[in-house]
Each structure stands twice: as structure tokens, then as C-alpha cells.
Design a protein around this ligand. Structure first.
Ligand SMILES: [Zn+2]
Ligand SMILES: [Zn+2]
Length: 346
């Protein structure tokens, strides 16, 4: 009997499941064997028995959940073909955050790619997305509407630096998610020539240290708790998005509140969050890149996991590609799932 795509991947209560390999991908409930695309909390959960992921993702999970986040873990080197049951799997860069990978599942020439979250825009903190030709492509659709086109990140970071030069006495507080976005903003600031210290909220420290240990150059970072009030005039501070509005931010002299997110394209969201300087910096593909990626994979069938699924499914139809929305529960904007409140309080 020849292999069908449904033997390679199907949907169960716990999430995406490979029957021939007997494993789940990014399950939202504890399972026997989980393959994890990346360290965001909506994809990487604690409590599985066996976990396979890239070495970076395993280390991110250990930092977030403790060393005992699973019973046994197995590193998957990028590009390495690994046999699991009756299938072969391979982890390929997804360009989303440090360690993020697409998971390629194949047997007898039939190939399914679970892309996790991904982007095509350059990111100095992780390897770029690689297109893998496949039969079935599993995609997210966080920004799956034609209105979402992300600008060049360099221009967004320059807006921040221009504002800092214009208001040298004010503290610029930048809301950014603790895994990936915060470190990307730091690396982009360095690329655009900011060589002063970058101050960090406590919730950013552990993952930023991990990025540095992994060899990502982020320059000098300082704990904001250790800083004198006078040293924070003109400083750039990175904190969790929720902190830009709360009491925490009030200790800074006349702050300029900024938020680095793809959602900052939506003016109303920026206003509603009280953001003075919105920075459109996204770790997810925008609409043109979602469409381009689907085309480039040559997939005849597309499954859309989460986000704005309907528009992307409709677009696939106009391209003659079979597509279905999965409406996966438990996935979402990475920010909604992280950081955990306890972590934020740190
Ligand atoms: Zn993610
Ligand atoms: Zn996600």
C-alpha cells in the first residue's frame, strides 16, 4: 500500500499527529512523544514524556520550565534525517526565533512540512527560513490578511533612534515579547549603530543571557532594577508588552512608550494599548510572504493552523491549491501565551 499524506499527518485532540511515526508536533496537551518546532509557550509545553527539538529549542525550554520539562529529550541537528517508526523526519530552519525549525515528515516520496511559526524577513538572531518542496504544507496565518504587509525593520528601529535623539532626557520603553522579539530588537539596534547599554526588565534577562551564550552578539545589557533614576534619562529599556502600561513603567522619567509588534500596523491597537511610538516589527510572515511561501513549496494541499485562516484558505482556492483551516485551539499570537505572569513579576 502506498503512503498517503493522511498517514503522515492527521489531527487529534492533542494537536497534529503522525500515525506512522506515533508522535505529535507542538501538541497542546502532554503526550508520549512530541516534536517541537520552537520555544514559544503556545508550541512548546512542559510535561511530555519524550521531546525532540533543535538543541537551541531544548535549552530554551529548560530555561523556561526547568531542566525536568520532560522525561527524556533528544536533540535534532538541522538537516539531519532521523528515522522515527515508519517515517523519516528532518528539522529545517524557520526563521522565526532562535532554534525555530520546520519539521519535514516523509515516507516513500510523500512529504509533509509543518512550518510552525515562520517569517521570511531577515533576522540577525536566527537562521533564515528554507523552502522545502512538499506535497502538504502546514502554515500559520497570524497576519493572513492582505492589509498586513510588514515594513523593513531597519526603518522601524531608526524611528526609535530618531526619537531617542529628539528626546534625550526621556526614557524609551520598548514592549517586546521575551523570547525572540526582545533579542531581535536589541540586535537591530546594534546594526543601526546604538552602542550604549540596553536596559532590561527582569523578565527579559534569562532568555537574553541564553541568546548571548548561543553566540548572538547583543552588546552591553544592564538590569533596569540596578540602574539609578538619573542613568535612565535617555536610556532604552526593553520590557514585556504588558509592562508598558502598568505601574512598573511609571518609575521612569517622562517615558516614551514603544511597542515592537506586527500588530502595530493596526493604529487602533497601538492607541488602545497607550503606545506612543508603534514599531511594526514582526516575527511572523506578512500576507505577501505567506502567499509566496505557499507557492514556492509547490504544495498541492495546504492546512492552516491558526490566525486569520479563512482569507488564506480562500486565496489558496484561487490558486488551485486545496486548503483547509484547522482552527487549532491553544495556538495564538505568541504574546498572549507569554510571558507567564510569574515570570513577568520577576
Ligand atoms: Zn512562535
Ligand atoms: Zn505560535
Amino acid at each position: 500500500m502506498s503512503t498517503r499524506a493522511s498517514d503522515l499527518l492527521t489531527l487529534t485532540r492533542e494537536g497534529l499527529y503522525c500515525p506512522l511515526g506515533d508522535f505529535h508536533v507542538d501538541p497542546t496537551w502532554p503526550v508520549k512523544r512530541a516534536l517541537i518546532t520552537h520555544g514559544h509557550a503556545d508550541h512548546a509545553r512542559a510535561g511530555h514524556i519524550q521531546v525532540m527539538a533543535t538543541p537551541e529549542t531544548l535549552r530554551i525550554m529548560a530555561v523556561r520550565y526547568g531542566e525536568d520539562f520532560c522525561t527524556t529529550s533528544q536533540e535534532a541537528a538541522l538537516g539531519e534525517a532521523i528515522r522515527i517508526g515508519d517515517v523519516t523526519v528532518r528539522f529545517v530552519p524557520a526563521g522565526h526565533v532562535l532554534g525555530s525549525a520546520q519539521i519535514v515528515i516523509e515516507r516513500e516520496g510523500v512529504r509533509v512540512v509543518v512550518s510552525g511559526d515562520y517569517k521570511r524577513a531577515p533576522d540577525p538572531t536566527c537562521l533564515p527560513f528554507e523552502v522545502v518542496p512538499c506535497d502538504v504544507f502546514i502554515t500559520e496565518a497570524t497576519f493572513g490578511l492582505p492589509v498586513f504587509t510588514h515594513p523593513d525593520t531597519r526603518g522601524e528601529v531608526r524611528k526609535l533612534l530618531d526619537s531617542q535623539r529628539l528626546f534625550p532626557e526621556r526614557t524609551h520603553i520598548v514592549g517586546a515579547y521575551a523570547l525572540g522579539k526582545a533579542q531581535r530588537v536589541m540586535a537591530l539596534l546594534r546594526e543601526e549603530g546604538w552602542d550604549g547599554p540596553i536596559h532590561l526588565h527582569g523578565a527579559m534577562e534569562k532568555l537574553t543571557e541564553l541568546y548571548k551564550r548561543e553566540g548572538i552578539p547583543l552588546g552591553e545589557t544592564r538590569k533596569v532594577v540596578a540602574a539609578e533614576r538619573k542613568d535612565l534619562a535617555g536610556a532604552i529599556v526593553i520590557c514585556p508588552p504588558s509592562s508598558i502600561q502598568d505601574l512598573w513603567s511609571r518609575k521612569f522619567p517622562d517615558p516614551v512608550t514603544c511597542f515592537a509588534s506586527g500588530w502595530m500596523r493596526v493604529r487602533a491597537r497601538a492607541r488602545q494599548k497607550g503606545v506612543e511610538l508603534p514599531l511594526v516589527i514582526s516575527d511572523h510572515a506578512d500576507w505577501p510572504d505567506l502567499c509566496r511561501t505557499i507557492r514556492e513549496t509547490g504544495a498541492g494541499e495546504v492546512w492552516v493552523t491558526h490566525g486569520q485562516e479563512d482569507a488564506l484558505v480562500h486565496w489558496c482556492g484561487t490558486e488551485g491549491i486545496r486548503a483547509k483551516p484547522l482552527h487549532l485551539l491553544g495556538y495564538g499570537d505568541d504574546g498572549e501565551a507569554e510571558p507567564a505572569p510569574a515570570e513577568e513579576a520577576a
